[in-house]
Design a protein around this ligand. Structure first.
Ligand code: LIP
Length: 264
């Protein structure tokens, strides 16, 4: 794809993330009226998730009809996996926090070509924060450059640790034990995407989740890499389809994060 094509997609992703965030915020303020369904234990979906995903997919597909689209709520759309470039979207990452009235959720939009995350955009409408990255062009927060924090050990900041009941809790318990006995501290707000954006912005020094889906984390991974941070190879072993472990952090913390995640 030429430079103009990628630039057009980057601009569109940022615009659409803001539109989607505004729509999600309207639902958030009226959340007591939303219809909510249970997908699994502690795994909820509301009409807000579906409404926001419909907005994002219709706008992206109108602009780039030959692109593929994978959304958390609607799965793979026409063109899907065969397209050269694929949008990977979570309309509301942090649905449980959203429904509990906790303002820790966001819109997450990534654009992937082969094994490269070309675009990563995360919008938090509660804080009016737009995190955006394009491969090779750096990462920004509300148009100002961001960098992952310098850290050499767990004492240098806090690490986000996410968990979902999809997986055995033991690796997460081990990770928390390793972090705390190493003098570190953990944080969890219910949104893996937002916490990965915080790693890119230097607010957290790392993030670990034993299993996370591609729509929850690809935009965040793109942001962290462009902010000079480290992540594992999430897309290995069919991560796009089946999800994978995510470990990420400050560059000086790569070995410590790998050990915490049981990756070495
Ligand atoms: C959830 C994420 C959470 C992650 C879970 C889950 P949802 O997605 O918010 O960060 O830990 O694995 O996927 O349902 O809120 O978009």
């Amino acid at each position: 794809m030429n430079e103009n094509g990628m630039e057009a997609r980057f601009n569109a992703a940022r615009e659409i993330a803001r539109d989607a965030g505004r729509l999600a915020l309207k639902h958030f303020l009226l959340r007591d009226t939303l219809k909510v369904e249970t997908k699994g234990v502690h795994d909820l979906v509301s009409e807000a998730d579906r409404d926001v995903e419909a907005l994002i997919s219709s706008q992206l597909m109108a602009l780039f009809p030959d692109d593929g689209f994978i959304g958390e709520e609607t799965g793979v759309k026409a063109g899907g996996m065969k397209a050269a470039g694929i949008w990977v979207v979570d309309p509301i990452d942090g649905t449980a926090s959203f429904l509990d009235g906790i303002p820790a959720w966001c819109v997450s939009i990534a654009y992937v070509v082969g094994s490269e995350i070309e675009i990563g955009v995360i919008y938090d409408p509660n804080a009016e924060e737009l995190f955006a990255a394009r491969r090779g062009h750096g990462a920004t927060l509300n148009d100002r450059p961001i960098r992952a924090r310098r850290a050499g050990g767990f004492k240098d900041g806090r690490v986000g640790i996410g968990y979902s009941l999809r997986v055995d809790p033991r690796p997460t318990v081990t990770a928390i034990e390793r972090l705390l006995t190493g003098g570190g501290m953990y944080v969890w707000n219910g949104s893996g995407a937002l916490m990965l954006a915080y790693v890119a912005a230097g607010r957290l020094i790392g993030y670990y989740e034993a299993h996370i889906n591609a729509w929850d984390c690809l935009a965040g991974i793109g942001l962290i890499r462009e902010a000079g941070g480290w992540t594992n190879d999430f897309l290995a072993d069919d991560g796009l389809i089946h999800g994978n472990v995510i470990a990420a952090g400050a560059p000086g913390l790569a070995e410590a994060m790998r050990h915490l995640a049981g990756l070495n």
